[in-house]
Design a protein. Structure first.
Length: 202
């Protein structure tokens, strides 16, 4: 993920609230809109507290394109597959971290105790677009609340960045291809900080 240095902000020691305000402004300058509240738990006692929600067309199998198909169509299919594979990674690694089985569905679960984790266009419909952007339209937004979580992108590629932001926050690391290159923590009660985060690779 692209990171920027925090810009300068005038700070005063008179009131703690002023310091918090300055920190928030600095984070906005660095391209990560951030408003943080309580933690949201993703699993507990071997049971998932989230359900991944993604559009059916994103999760569909590979589409074989005829020879000579225009590059844009090939690129659309490539980005769709990338987002689908990112969602499958989210399901796999949240499960490995927590020991819980995470479901993928096209609609939120009827059980209101299960938090919907929206990915892609359905997340954009719930939360809106990212505030960050770059020339390649890779801006992403991660929204975490006690009622819903959203992985949003300017494009499907941006949504993939938001998905891996979750795994990064859970401590997952990949140093080389294959299981030997994975460093996946074990945490039966994984949590995400509640807030609204937006950035773009630089």
């Amino acid at each position: 993920m692209g990171r920027l240095m925090i810009g300068k902000a005038q700070m005063t020691s008179k009131k703690p609230a002023n310091l918090a305000c300055c920190i928030t402004m600095a984070l906005m300058v660095m391209g990560v809109g951030r408003c943080v509240g309580a933690d949201v738990q993703l699993a507990e006692g071997g049971k998932s507290r989230v359900c991944i929600v993604a559009d059916k067309d994103v999760m569909a199998g590979d589409i074989k394109l005829p020879a000579g198909t225009f590059w844009e169509k090939n690129n659309d299919e490539r980005l769709r597959r990338r987002l689908r594979d990112s969602i499958l990674d989210l399901q796999k690694y949240v499960g490995l971290v927590s020991g819980a089985k995470v479901e993928i569905a096209s609609q939120p679960c009827e059980d209101k105790a299960i938090i919907p984790l929206y990915v892609g266009e359905c997340a954009k419909a719930v939360f809106g677009s990212p505030s960050a952007s770059n020339e390649e339209k890779q801006g992403w937004r991660l929204v975490v609340t006690g009622k819903a979580i959203g992985c949003i992108g300017e494009t499907r590629e941006g949504a993939s960045y938001a998905v891996y932001e979750i795994l990064d926050r859970l401590g997952c690391r990949w140093y080389m291809p294959g299981e030997l290159g994975e460093a996946i923590p074990s945490n039966p009660r994984p949590k995400l900080a509640e807030g609204d985060f937006s950035s773009a690779p630089q």
